[in-house]
Design a protein around this ligand. Sequence first.
Ligand code: LLP
Length: 401
Amino acid sequence: MTVSISDLLNTYGSPLYVYDLGLIRQQAAAIQAAFCYQPTRFLYAIKANPCPPVVRTLSAAGFGIDAVSPGEVAMALRLGIRPQDILYTENNMTDAEMRQAMDQGVLITCGSLDRLAALAAAGATEAAVRFNPRIGDSEHAKTLTAGPLTKFGIHHSQVDEVLAIERDSDLRVVGCHMHIGSGSLDAEAFVAAMQVILEIAARLTHLRFIDFGGGIGIPYREDQQGIDLPALGARAAALMEDFCASYGRRLELRLEPGRFPVAEAGTLYTTVTSVKTNPAEDGHPARTFVGTDTGFNHLVRPCMYGSYHPITNISRPEAPPQVVDVVGNICESGDIFARDRSLPLPQPGDILAIGCAGAYGMSMASTYNLRPLPAEVVIDGDTVTLARPRTEIADLLDAWC
Ligand code: LLP
């Protein structure tokens, strides 16, 4: 990339989110090539990053949209995505949200028996059902979405109740869905859950698709291995072939990756504002804090899940490395991007790149401490486009009446 990051920061302000559309296309192509079963349909989990050029890039690559809220459905529709290419996987939706999705012509995936019954009572003729297949896997307990502790999905033992709703109404369950967790690097858990979902699917008679959800992780740490996607794709294909042979119809396979296509394509650039060292004290070694002009309000993952994000000092790559804590400017002690990280020792004014920030970065950002949101910029080859200007303090203050 020939774009100068310091020019971008001068133009759009620091901190700044930058997404590389070329990398998004590469990741999309990799996952599409790996899942060789035909037909396979990819729905981009727009919650990972709803920035319009990112969504358009994935839509152009053939992805539909997995939405989990009326806002996400609205964004997909605004970007010209057809209602039939959107799946709304509800979670504790209201009646009003349900009717709106029905009016929009968007298929709803129900995650509880009462919401499924309400959908049937409202006159819907089709729905998908999300089951909790009891097996899950994720980067962190907070992103585990299967098993006894999670609020998501209809319990795997409650298929009879789903069949009863179908029998007593005009509603047909056309999709059997799971999403077992996020950030998984364990293909075995994924395959085991697929098997449970296919056992459930065998009992549903009107299916058009099986949806194995999202969850495929990426290697955030330099020493981590990504999932062997072609191997996982081949196993999913074999399971689907066997299933469809006994089901008597060839069903569509759906996948809902959010993180995989976008995480590595996004970087949060931040400027170092202060470097200070506390001397050794009370058995604690000396500690150097590298303070930045961003915080967990802009990238909450390290603070919320203890997630590791690679950090590089792009201003001073040759400086001698030192073990430091990289921290933010939010008024909380937990505002830490990295503890004990070896970095070419930064000085105030240096630019740090916090990598793998394209998924669940800006989409989870807040304005805590009344700090505005950073701008978002997309790069496509040598072309730079501002996708969203930074917000200003006045925008925040004017939100109150
Ligand atoms: N489908 C459904 C129904 C989901 O709930 C999710 C994510 C996905 C697909 C996409 O999962 P992915 O491929 O991105 O793992 N904020 C957390 C992740 C929460 C994901 C919630 N649901 C994080 O930063 O790790």
